[in-house]
Ligand binder design. Structure first.
Ligand code: FMN
Length: 211
């Protein structure tokens, strides 16, 4: 198992060219999405939505918004990971609601937790809050990429797009959402990037132990 994890992570690379004829099974897609749903987030806010765009016309429009990057329309699947822009308004209430429902307790049992979350949100400027909400989506992104790689499904994260344009194409603003990052999934085609050795800083440079 340990070897399999490292093998899958070494095998994963940011795909440049997908084989558009190859599809990802529904079961695998759902496993990848489920792994994202289970991702941790600050205070358990889960301030995200994973939008699977299957409509070909929309995929072409999104490709334009991603400066023409072909994989947006050629990958088997495109997931747009969006962050919640209504962090100040709704996120604490929703967190309390789902927790009381799951634990079967009244809201008063969570009063201290609620105050703590409120304090944390109140301390942040709008920009800092937005950055924080957006940052959470990258945790889900990483977990979905790892899941895909363990399943042997090629994937590529993409941040190179005009978020305002993507929001417009998908009507995200009205839903209190904004695009953070894309995850494309599928099977690579003729792709020179697949053959290249991984470029990484050495372990000893990246990791520091303080004893
Ligand atoms: C958040 C994020 C955004 C990225 N955006 C793009 C992108 O828009 N287009 C692209 O071709 N690669 C993109 N990449 C891929 C990186 O360039 C790639 O992961 C990095 O060079 C390391 O190579 P590797 O993933 O093949 O190991 C992105 C990666 C991340 C994590």
């Amino acid at each position: 198992m340990k070897e399999q994890i490292v093998e899958a992570l070494k095998w994963r690379y940011a795909v440049q060219v997908f084989d558009s004829a190859k599809k990802v099974s529904e079961k695998d897609l759902n496993t990848i999405l489920e792994s994202g749903r289970l991702a941790p987030s600050s205070y358990g806010f889960e301030p995200w939505k994973f939008i699977v765009v299957e409509n070909p016309e929309l995929r072409l429009k999104l490709r334009e918004a991603a400066y023409g990057q072909a994989k947006v329309s050629e990958a088997a699947q495109l997931i747009v990971l969006a962050w919640r822009t209504d962090g100040r308004q709704n996120i604490i209430r929703e967190r309390i609601e789902r927790t009381t429902k799951t634990y079967g307790v009244g809201a008063e049992a969570l009063k201290d937790f609620q105050d703590m979350m409120q304090g944390s949100i109140d301390r942040q400027t709008d920009d800092a809050l937005a950055a924080d909400m957006k940052a959470q989506t990258y945790i889900a992104l990483g977990i979905m990429m790892e899941t895909a790689s363990l399943l042997g499904i090629d994937n590529a994260p993409m941040g190179g797009f005009d978020a305002a344009r993507v929001d417009e194409i998908l009507g995200l603003k009205e839903k209190n959402l904004s695009a953070a990052v894309f995850l494309t999934l599928g099977y690579h085609g003729q792709d020179m990037a697949a053959e290249r050795p991984k470029v990484r800083r050495p372990f000893s440079e990246v990791v520091e132990f303080i004893k």
